[in-house]
Design a protein around this ligand. Structure first.
Ligand SMILES: Cc1cc2nc3c(=O)[nH]c(=O)nc-3n(C[C@H](O)[C@H](O)[C@H](O)COP(=O)(O)OP(=O)(O)OC[C@H]3O[C@@H](n4cnc5c(N)ncnc54)[C@H](O)[C@@H]3O)c2cc1C
Length: 264
């Protein structure tokens, strides 16, 4: 298969970390530096016969890092993720030369408060934003925002970036990180928040005074979480234009019951 070098470049995996049997992250080096904003995604591809199977992946790393980082969930019957899962350091994947996406940090409204909600891998764009703010702060640019990240996962070991986010949250005054576990019965040592994002959302908007018309909300990951949280935020008074979303996939109709049963 011949790929246009104007559109694609090779990405060499240099590190892989596994967090669960279906969750891992990779760090990879591109031939040319990818230009992107925190929150955007890259399109990754693996050849299969005559075609390149391509999917979107939010970029975890900050634009000021030399390598790109991605946090990926294996979809067992998916077309691409089993192929990505089989790859290890030294292997190559293809990447479109252009990063895309509008799921970036809202610097236009001028609001100080930002409520960032996600399921599992949906934390990726937020990590990129937070690493970028943290770096700017070390360079003498104070962060004029207050970020609250709420991340849901079925079990605590799926919070791949928990240590990093908790370390940031302890050392800066602009970040609060709230991981919540939706299957505590499978994670007996978990002592933190319990439930899905939707179960604890109202508690946090109320106790932290994350008021509509002074807060931007972001929703990333599982389509059902996004749908439910949009409804909750609307009832809390958030206007549509203050809510940004990045839906990771459209559920196949036949899988709806199964998807609902296994979601974080
Ligand atoms: C902007 C954007 C950013 C994304 N960023 C990430 C990311 O950072 N990390 C990441 O892992 N994925 C991310 N995704 C999802 C990713 O693009 C793929 O859809 C996903 O990896 C599945 O690809 P696949 O080819 O293996 O499955 P497909 O063959 O595309 O899908 C097979 C079936 O599984 C369903 N499905 C797809 N993904 C899931 C899932 N996670 N859980 C349950 N069912 C699913 C599909 O609806 C379909 O019915 C992102 C998607 C978008 C649109």
């Amino acid at each position: 298969m011949k790929l246009s070098p104007e559109k694609f470049q090779a990405l060499r995996i240099i590190e892989r970390k596994d967090y669960a049997s279906d969750l891992w992250s990779i760090r990879a080096k591109s031939q040319q530096k990818l230009v992107f904003k925190p929150g955007q995604y890259a399109t990754l591809g693996v050849p299969a016969g005559d075609t390149l199977i391509q999917r979107a992946y939010s970029i975890v790393s900050s634009p000021n890092e030399d390598e790109l980082e991605f946090f990926i969930e294996l979809v067992p019957h998916g077309e691409l993720t089993p192929k990505l899962y089989a790859l290890h350091p030294g292997d190559t994947i293809w990447m479109r030369r252009q990063a895309k996406g509008l799921f970036t940090f809202d610097e236009r409204s001028g609001w100080q408060k930002h409520l960032l909600l996600c399921t599992v891998t949906g934390v990726a764009p937020y990590v990129s934003m937070i690493r970028t703010f943290a770096k700017a702060e070390t360079e003498g640019k104070p962060v004029p925002y207050k970020l609250t990240v709420i991340q849901a996962a079925s079990r605590s070991w799926e919070f791949a970036y928990r240590d990093e986010l908790e370390t940031f949250a302890r050392s800066v005054n602009w970040l609060r990180y709230v991981p919540t576990v939706s299957r505590p019965w499978e994670d007996s040592s978990w002592t933190g928040e319990v439930g899905r994002v939707e179960d604890i959302l109202r508690k946090y908007t109320d106790t932290l005074s994350l008021e509509p018309r002074e807060t931007t909300a972001y929703l990333c990951g599982h389509p059902q979480m996004i749908e439910n949280c949009k409804g909750l935020l609307a009832r809390r008074g958030y206007p549509k234009e203050s809510v940004r979303e990045e839906i990771y996939w459209i559920p196949a109709k036949t899988n709806l019951v199964e998807a609902a049963a296994t979601r974080p």
